[in-house]
Design a protein around this ligand. Sequence first.
Ligand SMILES: Cc1ncc(COP(=O)(O)O)c(C=O)c1O
Length: 402
Amino acid sequence: MPRLSSRPGNIRASPIRRIAALLDAARRKSDIISFGGGAPSIPPPKEVIDYIVTLLREKTQKTVGYGSTRGLPELRSRIAEDLEKWWGVDYDPEKEIMITTGGTEGIYLALTTVLDFNEEVIILDPTYLGYSEAIKLSGGRVRTIPVSVEEGYQPDVEDLKEVVSPLTKAFILLSPDNPTGRIIDEGFVKGLVDLAVDYDFWIIYDAVYKHITFDKKNPWIDSYPGAKERTITINSFSKEASMPGFRLGYITGPPEAIEAMERIKQYVSLAPDTVGQYALIKFYDDGIKDRYLREVVIPTYRKRRDLMYELVKEYLPEAKTVLPEGAFYFFIDMRYYLEAMGRSDEEFSNRLLYRKSVVVIPGSYFGNRGVGHIRMTFVSEPEERIREGMKRIGAYVSSYIL
Ligand SMILES: Cc1ncc(COP(=O)(O)O)c(C=O)c1O
């Protein structure tokens, strides 16, 4: 075989994707409880599914045909209306919004569009593991600033000031956060925007969990003076619409940036999935989206979150965590237990799966500061299985610690 390029060799394979593949295989053999990947287990709104089934039957050619690279204009207009309604922000659906193949493509397009070789992108440690490798793939370099459970996982503007330099090209802000569930403090957002203006860098605002919030609203960064002309927001229908398989999301940004990202998208995926876009047009119509979030998504996840919180306190009383304000993950400092057990977070997670058939994600996958932690999602299993899974974790830990 001829030599491969060095590009794929320089990035690591996603460990969460590997766990997802293992899980598919293992599920066929035993009763596995997954607190692993953040895949919604509730179905999307029934009206949306009924609509798309009918449309596929009655207008087949239109529904399965190619669309434009930027996405269907009817969907982009609905997104603009929705953002105006929820956050009072004004986007031109023609020029400032593009539909993407999930948030994942949005992140890739944003990074390849803003980065030149060796320019730096600042991310948090720990953070979503989709960023560092995409930064490297785009020729950039990763810099990090720390966050900790003691500070409620809020980053500090002073830490950011220490890392920012003329090489800084972008900062990735994620709120609500994966893996920690925190919603960003407005004070940090203000400090970040001021620095971004002073040093002239981009803010990539990953808002894929923007609607999954329990106690307070997630801030929308473009509302801050000076932010809009230097921000690309990343959005997804995987979480808020429970439709990850459609692989759809959208980005917002200044017209020149959208145009540049469109040029790259033409050669990466040509156009977003048309069937899914029609489904999403329906999602925005007749108040379906807001009703679905209000009556199904948020109450279901809130109950699961509260239950998991109680069970973490009951079965892992020495672990440290915070009640997630948004998204659907607990990030748990397990160092007390891991030290007593003589195991790393990865060994713990592997053994837990092997011995008790429960999946959790090792915290070290999210960065150096995640070492000694685990991430557990409450989105994939119903309440009785959350109870059962936590009981199994409790039994596993106490078999070592008496
Ligand atoms: C923070 C964050 N950003 C982006 C994504 C990508 O989502 P998708 O490509 O399914 O839209 C995920 C998925 O879990 C995520 O957690």
